[in-house]
Design a protein around this ligand. Structure first.
Ligand SMILES: [Mg+2]
Length: 211
């Protein structure tokens, strides 16, 4: 640890929950998939909001009356990562804690509202009890460092006072900025290169050895 941490920031998908993507979880439920739009997004042909719009459109095609609560119900079955219950209540007593996720805010709120002081994730716009088809962008997938900067300024912390935990290259910018970056359950080489500590084993309670 470079200095005593005060704020611990978590990615969600692959770190707090045992799925690679909460968006993909909902697609699996509906029997849809977002491979085409994912590719278009990765190739820079569409932006975050268009990407979300395309995803939601596929869900609405199977049920045009779908609500945000319906999505919450689907997401309630997402498994927590091993060790969540041993680790997160303890850390949320010791530190300020936050989630920064490009995943679905309804899931982040469902698993995190009792523990985390702040949650930044991407949400679904609703009107009159139905999804409108638009997303609400809080975390740009290719720019997590920007969300991290905003979180720090809103919560009034400096980078050196933070620990950030992530599992993929998408998290690399925030892991580099954080006082201490931890690659947990790492999915690729980039996330490891961006980190000071690497935890290969998918057990969140191992964090307690460091925090
Ligand atoms: Mg992740």
């Amino acid at each position: 640890m470079t200095s005593k941490p005060e704020l611990v920031v978590f990615d969600m998908d692959g770190v707090l929950v045992d799925v690679h993507s909460s968006w993909a979880w909902v697609h699996e439920h509906f029997g849809t998939n977002n491979e085409d739009s994912l590719k278009a997004f990765m190739d820079g042909k569409i932006d975050d909001l268009d990407f979300m719009k395309k995803d939601i459109k596929l869900w609405k095609r199977t049920n045009r009356y779908i609500s945000r609560d319906d999505i919450v119900e689907i997401l309630k079955d997402v498994p927590l990562i091993d060790g969540f219950q041993n680790c997160i209540p303890v850390l949320s007593e010791r530190y300020e804690t936050a989630i920064i996720s490009g995943g679905l805010k309804p899931l982040a709120e469902y698993i995190g509202k009792s523990y985390f002081d702040m949650i930044m994730a991407n949400d679904l716009k609703e009107k009159n009890g139905r999804l409108t088809g638009e997303g609400i962008l809080e975390v740009e997938l290719k720019n997590k460092g920007k969300a991290f900067d905003r979180l720090l300024s809103e919560m009034n912390f400096e980078e050196k006072e933070t620990v950030a935990i992530g599992n993929s290259h998408i998290d690399a910018p925030m892991l580099k900025k954080a006082g201490t970056g931890i690659a947990f359950n790492p999915a690729d080489k980039k996330v490891k290169e961006a980190s000071d500590i690497i935890i290969e084993e998918k057990d969140l309670s191992l964090l307690l050895d460091f925090l």
